[in-house]
Write a protein that binds this ligand. Structure first.
Ligand code: ZN
Length: 175
């Protein structure tokens, strides 16, 4: 397993229309392992294959175990060829992206969604998710069509993350 380099905003692979996966092979299994490790290392809730430079329809997602109100907290999802098949209850949660570090915005999402795709055993699965996991499913599925969260908002709606503000203060204090 290895931590992969996360591609950053401006990298053309983030705008790729990703290819469907027709079968699971050893290199894809290794990619999944590396993507999970990379997501954990970056403290991300999800990571799509194009974010590590591979334009195929695959993402991993995991809501941290301390989100106790989420029945799927701490569970790692791996989905190939994912499709959102049902949504309900529009809302505007705060959102960021590992490929656009330091920035967040409130993005129109659905609080509940049902997603279908294939799992690591190549079984077709349907998952009904809510809250943060549903948001991650929507965000990661969009990555596979080259869509980023910033495409949903105006530039002036983007805000620096608190962590970024703090580190800037530290940098100012240290300089
Ligand atoms: Zn993202």
């Amino acid at each position: 397993m290895a931590v992969l380099q996360i591609r950053q905003y401006g990298d053309p692979v983030l705008r790729a229309k990703c290819k469907r996966v027709s079968r699971l092979d050893r290199s894809l299994r290794a990619l999944v392992d590396d993507m999970i490790e990379t997501m954990h290392e970056a403290n991300g809730v999800g990571l799509a294959a194009p974010q590590v430079g591979v334009p195929v329809r695959l993402f991993v997602a995991e809501v941290p175990a301390d989100h106790e109100d989420d029945p799927f907290a701490g569970q790692t999802f791996v989905l190939f060829n994912p499709e959102i098949v049902k949504v309900s209850d529009e809302y505007y949660p705060e959102e960021g992206c590992l490929s656009i570090p330091g920035w967040v915005a409130n993005v129109k999402r659905y609080e509940h969604c049902t997603i279908k795709g294939r799992d690591m055993t190549w079984k077709e699965v349907r998952i009904r998710a809510s809250g943060l996991l549903a948001q991650a499913f929507q965000h990661e599925t969009e990555h596979l069509d080259g869509v980023l969260f910033v495409d949903h908002v105006r530039p002036e709606d983007l805000r620096p993350t608190k962590r970024e503000e703090q580190s800037e203060e530290v940098a100012v204090a240290a300089s």
